[in-house]
Design a protein around this ligand. Structure first.
Ligand SMILES: CC(=O)N[C@H]1[C@@H](OP(=O)(O)OP(=O)(O)OC[C@H]2O[C@@H](n3ccc(=O)[nH]c3=O)[C@H](O)[C@@H]2O)O[C@H](CO)[C@@H](O)[C@@H]1O[C@H](C)C(=O)N[C@@H](C)C(=O)N[C@H](CCC(=O)O)C(=O)O
Ligand SMILES: Nc1ncnc2c1ncn2[C@@H]1O[C@H](COP(=O)(O)OP(=O)(O)OP(=O)(O)O)[C@@H](O)[C@H]1O
Ligand SMILES: N[C@H](CCC[C@H](N)C(=O)O)C(=O)O
Ligand SMILES: [Mg+2]
Length: 488
């Protein structure tokens, strides 16, 4: 699709220009390897390399225009160079302009938080579909436009991909879009230029310190989502998390709160929490839901509050929400015809793991054992490894530490980091089996009727990433297979 450079750069803060702004570009790229003849190349400083190093390559591949932060000494002839203070921010606006500002044509709600984003946006997407609307969703599990699934590679896609997806939503007549907003996406300006109608803060707890380096930076990156909301939008925060209030400090948006503990605009009380589901009292009305665990009360309440803030009918919303299934791989019960309770969950943070294990603990009625299989991702926050391990041993009778996407790291190093969190008295209940299939098999071999097996960390993922390769691996399939093996 062709577009005039000056139109593509509309609202981008330019510090200098060299060349023709009236030229027509054939597309936009921020990766030189993907540049085609006539494209605009946006040079972005990344975490690994600096995109400015690839300007020459982009021009060789046919780039006609370049957005950069530093003008080269000798800009190439016949190529227009424009400088801006922050290329990644410019990229967000450019991507939005290039795709016709699709977010402004949708009612767009972003959900941020360490845990609960996928669950909440999935509930919202399904809710609005069942209310009869055309709607889209961008999530860790999948991107969906009405009923069309588009595989997802990130929790929040890069600026070009996400605007392209939203343009498709507009084309498919979607009125609503619900998206997860990761802290990486905020920090890297993937969401710059989007026009939000509302944003939700779920919670913040230990994660991603490899990237943000300090917890304060992590909080501040989430806060930026709320700081940059327009006055016409809403900011909905969980006040049971003490950082909820911080999110509201500088927002221009209309402020709303939800929670289980304090006086909030949207308040719920857990009446019943069991393997059958959750019974919540929401603002005085009792409703059953299919999701399990107190933590899911927050996700359900947030989805309910968003629907109300988007002016949907309260009764209808609660009725529809009540029938919805959880997102795939979130507290998913694996049925294999045995009396063992087998669960797959995406808990990959200390807080998530503790929530899930506490939930399971609360359901114990006798001497059943809890057997947990868990690992920690490679090339990710190392500090959370011993913390997750200590939570696993605290709440389980037996624990098997295993691989979870070791990526470029040695499996042994990750498992050693985890073992540092296991106090001496707990070592005897701990096994280390790096091969995840073997670990699940061992858990199944140890389990007796009514015991509970939790396989945590990978949820819906259908791969194991080792040294740049993604091998097929699905906890849900392996767990079922192994349960069946030991049943016969
Ligand atoms: C750490 C991180 O977030 N990295 C993301 C980032 O890449 P980067 O900054 O490392 O890029 P880089 O390799 O340094 O390259 C810098 C620039 O040079 C360009 N380049 C590079 C090489 C070349 O030959 N030519 C060229 O032009 C690149 O296209 C890029 O524009 O920008 C890329 C494009 O948007 C992302 O794909 C990439 O995600 C990586 C793969 C990743 O694993 N990200 C994870 C951590 C992530 O984003 N996770 C969050 C969810 C977290 C959660 O909530 O749990 C997510 O939203 O998915
Ligand atoms: N509101 C919540 N508070 C705390 N823990 C939660 C909450 N909701 C879900 N969890 C736990 O966190 C796990 C991940 O949930 P979910 O996928 O909804 O979160 P997410 O924020 O999308 O995660 P990601 O950052 O990987 O995208 C769940 O499997 C569960 O263990
Ligand atoms: N969005 C999270 C997912 C982690 C999932 C876990 N299975 C892992 O690979 O660490 C991340 O990219 O950090
Ligand atoms: Mg998610």
């Amino acid at each position: 699709m062709k577009m005039l450079l000056k139109d593509i750069l509309y609202k981008v803060n330019l510090t200098s220009v060299a060349g023709d702004m009236g030229l027509e570009v054939t597309g936009v790229q921020f990766d030189s390897r993907k540049v085609e003849k006539g494209n605009l190349f946006v040079a972005v400083k990344g975490t690994q390399v600096d995109g400015h190093e690839y300007i020459d390559q982009a021009i060789k591949q046919g780039a006609m225009a370049v957005v950069c932060e530093e003008m080269p000494f000798e800009p190439a002839k016949d190529v227009t160079f424009v400088a801006t203070k922050n290329s990644s921010h410019a990229l967000g606006i450019i991507a939005s302009n290039y795709h016709g500002n699709p977010s402004a044509k949708l009612k767009l709600v972003g959900v941020t938080g360490t845990n609960g984003k996928t669950t909440t946006v999935t509930l919202l997407y399904k809710l609005f579909r069942s209310l009869g609307y055309h709607a889209g969703m961008l999530s860790t599990v999948e991107n969906v436009i009405n009923d069309k699934i588009i595989p997802s590679s990130h929790t929040t896609p890069d600026a070009l991909s996400l605007n392209e997806l939203m343009a498709k939503m507009v084309k498919e007549k979607c009125q609503f879009a619900f998206m997860e907003v990761s802290s990486h996406a905020i920090d890297q300006n993937r969401i710059a230029g989007l026009s939000f109608d509302g944003a939700v803060f779920m919670n913040i707890s230990h994660d991603h310190l490899d990237y943000h380096t300090t917890f304060e930076n992590y909080i501040n990156s989430k806060k930026r989502l709320f700081d940059e909301l327009p006055a016409s939008s809403f900011a909905l925060v969980n006040l049971d998390d003490r950082r909820g209030q911080i999110m509201l400090q500088n927002t221009k948006a209309a402020q709303y709160s939800f929670g289980l503990k304090f006086m909030t605009d949207y308040k719920a009380k857990v009446v019943t929490n069991s393997y059958q589901g959750l019974e919540l009292d929401i603002n005085g009305q009792s409703v059953w839901f299919r999701l399990i665990g107190k933590f899911n009360a927050y996700n359900l309440l947030a989805a309910y509050a968003v629907a109300e803030l988007l002016h949907e009918d309260r009764e209808e919303v609660l009725m529809m929400l009540s029938g919805l299934e959880p997102a795939p791989g979130r507290f998913e019960v694996i049925q294999a015809g045995s009396d063992i309770i087998a669960l797959v969950d995406y808990a990959h943070t200390p807080d998530a793991l503790e929530n899930v294990l506490q939930t399971i603990d609360g359901f114990r009625s006798g001497n059943e054992q809890v057997i947990t299989v868990v690992g920690c991702g490679g090339n990710r926050d190392k500090d959370k490894r011993p913390v997750m391990a200590s939570i696993a041993v605290k709440w389980s009778d037996k624990v098997i530490f295993t691989d979870d996407n070791p990526r470029d790291e040695e499996s042994k190093d990750i498992l050693d980091d985890m073992m540092k969190g296991v106090g001496k008295s707990f070592v005897k209940k701990t096994l280390v089996i790096s091969d995840r299939k073997e670990a699940i098999k061992t858990a199944c071999s140890m389990a007796n009727d009514h015991d509970i097996i939790l396989v945590a960390g990978k949820g819906h993922e259908d791969y194991q990433e080792i040294k740049g390769e993604k091998m097929p691996f699905d906890d849900r399939k392996i767990l079922k297979e192994m349960l069946e093996l030991f049943r016969s």
